[in-house]
Ligand binder design. Structure first.
Ligand SMILES: Nc1ncnc2c1ncn2[C@@H]1O[C@H](COP(=O)(O)OP(=O)(O)OP(=O)(O)O)[C@@H](O)[C@H]1O
Ligand SMILES: [Mg+2]
Length: 250
């Protein structure tokens, strides 16, 4: 049975924005965000560029503090929690250290994963077998290879909560399908929060969708009902734009 894994309660995030050489003003990026994320459920977080998705992901993962509100993991705050929350960052260099090699990550992850052999199996599936890539440094990988490695490191720990912030932006379609199959196979018990501008990928992977505008939820619900019959102009425009783009590219 699905249980509440992660609760966001009245989150606010404020950044200082420079408006002239010596003047700054406060800008609220997240406004009163509250949400209960369930286990065994995949959530798609959508919104225009700059709407605050990455800022929210960093707070949910515990990498950044909200200015107000709190995040509870299965009823506990982040320090007491035994829940493993892992984030695949939009920028892989926030996560992968260029001085390390692929095998360094493989060994580190196999020590902490509940299934020590899984990292090798996943690296094989994503086309980065350790026999071939083990001695390669992070800097020597392509952007897409770094994203596949970052994803493998996170997925093979089978975290209770996984946050994926545009993890496939540099990955070709064939490899993206492999990564989706890994999520569906190994993370079916997890809470997955998936951020992507590609609505087809959101619809394919997710059960629920949360539309985000200026740091607040404007629409949310079952992915098929939101995409099939959007209630807000914001989501309708996103769907129309995605449709126009794919028909013009055809
Ligand atoms: N550390 C920071 N300091 C100041 N402003 C920031 C900081 N990080 C983000 N911002 C601002 O907050 C807003 C939201 O940024 P965020 O990265 O959360 O957007 P996003 O929805 O993830 O966008 P994208 O789809 O382009 O990744 C942007 O206007 C950004 O410039
Ligand atoms: Mg972002």
């Amino acid at each position: 049975m699905a249980v509440i894994m992660l609760s966001a309660e009245h989150l606010y995030k404020v950044y200082l924005e420079k408006i002239s050489i010596a003047r700054w003003r406060k800008r609220t990026i997240i406004t009163d965000f509250s949400y209960d994320f369930l286990s065994e459920t995949r959530y798609g977080l959508i919104g225009l560029s700059g709407s605050g998705k990455t800022s929210l992901a960093n707070i949910l993962a515990g990498f950044d503090r909200p200015d107000a509100g709190r995040v509870l993991y299965a009823g506990h705050d982040v320090k007491q929690s035994q829940i493993r929350v892992r984030n695949v960052f939009q920028d892989t260099y926030r996560f992968l250290n260029p001085v390390n090699t692929v095998i360094w990550y493989e060994k580190t992850v196999s020590r902490i994963s509940p299934d020590p052999g899984l990292v090798d199996r996943i690296l094989d599936m994503v086309g980065l077998p350790v026999e071939k890539y083990g001695d390669i440094y992070i800097d020597q990988l392509s952007g897409g290879q770094r994203q596949r490695l970052a994803f493998s490191i996170v997925a093979s720990q089978i975290p209770e909560v996984v946050i994926l912030d545009e993890p496939f932006s540099m990955i070709d379609p064939a490899n993206t399908l492999v990564l989706f199959s890994i999520i569906k196979k190994y993370l079916e018990k997890s809470t997955v929060i998936y951020i992507d501008h590609n609505l087809d990928r959101i619809a394919y992977l997710c059960d629920q969708v949360i539309a985000f505008d200026h740091g607040a939820v404007v629409e949310e619900g079952n992915v098929m009902s939101v995409f099939g019959d959007p209630k807000t102009e914001y989501v309708r425009r996103m769907i129309d734009a995605a449709g126009k783009l794919s028909s013009q590219l055809r």
